[in-house]
Ligand binder design. Structure first.
Ligand code: CTP
Length: 445
């Protein structure tokens, strides 16, 4: 019996795929089809896949051409599969010519002519795009716009910004055409809001009232009551209101969370996060567009703590150093959290520099994430005996923004499991970041 194996993503199974599978089958007596897992596609930079693994597998099953369907999950798996299933022929389309010659050592490699004029990419681009409007005037809006280009099915319709200073050329041109926020909303299915936090509430509310989905940089509002009102509004109107903390969407960060929840470092007793960026501030004339330290960094720094310990802490202790003459602007803040199960701390600042690392300590070992941990692509699990240490690396594209956009798109399609920041965490972030009362030196609450 001649065994043939072939691999692919098979997103929106099309004529080109079917013709390839038919010819692959004709090369032998038994056809194994490897379908790429979602995570594997993500890790190799193919993030646009629209159908879930289950949908893609089901489509292959329905062709009736595959005698066996397997899932491709890791780099180098092809060699394992060829050995395990005693495969005689490996085949793929001619777009891969040369790429798999190394498999000749294990079986025969055949490149079949690719069917002209059709691809999953083309089909994806024919699906209706999500029309997204941008709101805000900071550099993150430029990054967001650039990352949108990597996600199929997104069309940027305009930008509403109170000043155009830091926006790049393309956005400046777009901004000149959108002077009116309500007018922008009429042309959008969704908005990304990265304006000043004090403006979020009104902008999110207007968007939701216009039946527009919202992805908003954290904190979504400055008070918990406002957040509740907006969450209820989104729920009533069946719209998405998503908290924009990009770290929450990095693959490495999510893998790390799963690992520690599985007990790899034992019981967790302490989580410490540090996020700082030293910026030039004219103390006599502080620029109005700047976010203070706790607003700029607080949501990110708090995220792992609330994910690990939850939001039900017993007590907090806070030290803030305010800018001279502006009590609202903290140059530096450190907050300690006491839980029944352990302790945690965040250290954030724009007027202080420190090592931007994260350490999660447990009864069997600890997780160390080097600076800048919020752009996590690498972390280590360390033990008393260093020979047991383990290192983990997961490619991070576009600082996580790309995955965040993709999750937003999926949430709008009703796939709620893509949300990585629960409403409870969003609420508690607002509680901490919005608590002006605490913005005093060394207050204990
Ligand atoms: N294939 C083909 N003819 C096409 C498209 C794909 O023969 N017109 C083959 C590929 O060469 C590969 C298999 O089908 O062997 C699975 O390809 P996949 O990457 O899943 O499909 P594409 O349509 O190429 O996807 P994308 O546009 O996302 O790259």
């Amino acid at each position: 019996m001649t065994k043939v194996i072939t691999y692919g993503t098979y997103d929106f199974l099309h004529e080109g795929h079917i013709r390839l599978l038919e010819r692959a089958k004709a090369l032998g007596d038994y056809l194994i089809v490897g379908v790429t897992a979602d995570d594997f596609d993500m890790a190799r930079g193919k993030i646009n896949v629209r159908q879930s693994l289950m949908e893609r597998v089901e489509a292959i099953r329905q062709t009736g051409l595959a005698d066996k369907i397997i899932i491709e999950e890791y780099e180098g798996q092809k060699i394992d599969d060829i050995r395990r299933y005693e495969v005689d022929i490996f085949t793929v389309g001619s777009d891969w010519v040369g790429k798999f010659d190394y498999l000749n050592e294990f079986c025969k490699v055949v490149y079949l002519d690719r069917t002209e004029g059709i691809s999953s990419t083309e089909i994806r681009s024919q699906h209706q795009s999500l029309r997204i409007g941008l709101v805000g005037e900071t550099n993150i809006v430029n990054k967001f716009k650039n990352e949108c280009h990597f996600v199929n099915g997104i069309e940027i319709t305009g930008i509403y910004a109170s000043s155009k200073g830091v926006l790049d050329r393309e956005l400046q041109d777009l901004a000149s055409k959108t002077e009116d926020y309500v007018d922008l909303l009429k042309k959008c299915d969704a908005v990304y809001i990265a304006s000043k936090p004090s403006e979020h509430y009104a902008q999110v509310k207007t968007a939701l009232e216009s039946d527009v989905n919202v992805l908003c940089e954290s904190p979504i509002t400055m008070t918990v009551d406002q957040f509740k009102e907006l969450s209820d509004l989104a729920y009533e109107r069946k719209l998405v209101l998503m908290d924009g903390i990009k770290t929450a969407y990095s693959l490495a960060f999510n893998r790390m969370m799963l690992l520690i929840k599985s007990g790899i470092i034992g019981e967790i007793l302490s989580v410490d996060t540090t996020c700082t960026s030293l910026i030039d501030i004219d103390e006599d004339n502080p620029p109005k567009h700047l976010w203070n330290s706790i607003t700029a960094w607080g949501p990110t720094a708090l995220l792992p703590i609330f994910k690990i310990f939850g939001t039900d802490y017993v007590q907090t202790m806070r030290f803030s150093k305010p800018l001279k003459g502006d009590d609202d602007f903290d140059l530096f803040t450190k907050i300690s959290f006491i839980y029944d199960a352990g302790v945690a701390s965040i250290k954030v600042g724009q007027g202080v520099k420190s090592e931007g690392e994260m350490v999660i300590s447990g009864t069997k070992g600890y997780v160390y994430v080097p600076a800048p941990w919020w752009k996590t692509d690498y972390f280590e699990v360390r033990y008393e005996n260093p020979s047991e240490n383990k290192r983990y690396f997961y490619q991070l594209e576009g600082e996580g923004i790309r995955y965040e956009i993709l999750s937003f798109l999926n949430m709008i399609k009703g796939r709620k499991s893509y949300n990585r920041v629960s409403p409870e965490i969003s609420r508690q972030i607002i509680e901490i970041v919005g608590n002006k009362r605490e913005l005093q030196n060394g207050s204990i609450f």
